[in-house]
Design a binder for this molecule. Sequence first.
Ligand SMILES: Cc1ncc(COP(=O)(O)O)c(C=O)c1O
Length: 463
Amino acid sequence: MGRAGPRTRVVRPGGRAGVRAGRGGGAGRGRDVAAAGLDVRGNRLWWGGTACERLVERFGSPLYVYDAEVIRARARALRAAFTWPRTRLLYSCKANSNPAVLRLLRGEGYGIDAVSPGEIALALRSGFGRGDILYTGNNVTDDELRFALSRRVRITADSLSQLERLGRLAPGTSIALRVNPDVGAGHHDHVITGGPESKFGVWIDQLREAKRLARRAGLRIVGLHQHVGSGILDAEVFLDAMEVLLDLSGGFPDLEFLDFGGGLGVPAKTGQEPLDVRALGAMLSARFGRACERAGRGLTMVLEPGRFLVAEAGVLLARVNTVKRTPEHIFAGTDSGFHHLIRHPLYGAHHEIVNATRVTGPEEFVAVCGHVCESGDLFTHGRSISRLREGDVVAVLQAGAYGFAMSMQYNSRPRPAEVLVDGGRARVIRRRETLADLWRTVEGGKGGKGGKKKPQMNTDGHR
Ligand SMILES: Cc1ncc(COP(=O)(O)O)c(C=O)c1O
């Protein structure tokens, strides 16, 4: 692991970047920022113009619901904030790669930040052109590189090894290079991707070697890339990180773009100031423009937000089926769990939870949990919310990003459906899985060993 260099600046949770989203955080009666401005009618929560209870009755529980208008609004606000004329916004589709969401953001003029052959394939199927996709993988195989090369999407090399292999596979290609800028930030250690503890990118003092490898293979380094972390609410962090890439850019004569990654956060609880996107856009545009002027070349500024665009558009709805009172706790048990939204157990992330059946009323301090056989299967360790009764619908907010995308079939539970509400119309954009989906890929299952189909290149780049 590299040692911290003179530039090292890692903003950890609790630092300037915001309030720690800790275990059991968020207890108290204050309205959370995430819950401000909710659509409440007759003391019931509505989402995208329909009552959550109605959505669950119609499409089943648990259920992810996304409001298209919110995604459009975030996309437009961000686009308007960046005044540098050569700004390219890519949607980091790891946050939510449902094709309906991808198409929506394509309509807003966004390109795609892809991290796997699967994401490349989904983006191409969703109508993005090859030139709209930047593939920034980590620890990728030669097969995956071949896949990306065959689709003719631009590739970001994340290591010297990858650079060398790209040189062998496709000499003469134009590529980008991911740099660890020695600046990191984020809402939790696990999402800090720059700085001495990070596995991502080429360390600054290895850049000379990177250039030598590229030269030898005739690879043109046309882009420099960085991503310092996720859930950042402090615009200064982005500016600090930008300085590093701008500093380095002078040593790369073929540059066409600098990519500053994603990481734009959304406030989850009281006390967190939202990121001032307009100020961020103005500040980065001005700084970038000045640097281009001084260098006498008009580079493109690329950003690749994920969470910012989709988190607040989504809600995970679940039905409470068991209220259990123990000497220590009240557990509100739902038909969902961490297999549908893992951010609280994984990062201690705070998600506001609303009783969608009775938004306000006498409150109770309750642990809201799921049906997974794990003690860590909690949406919150304890929170005061309007008393939950069996049969009520709960809404877990900010589930549009890294919700379904990080879901799994653990405990052999088929995954929920996803619904998009657009123009007052709700439609299923991913059907609910069935028990048959649990054995579709196994030996003897449809598509498993013995099936008639010829093996094809799959989206992992393997045959
Ligand atoms: C390279 C890269 N770009 C963009 C993102 C998107 O981050 P966020 O969803 O926090 O904007 C990530 C997240 O892990 C990433 O690794």
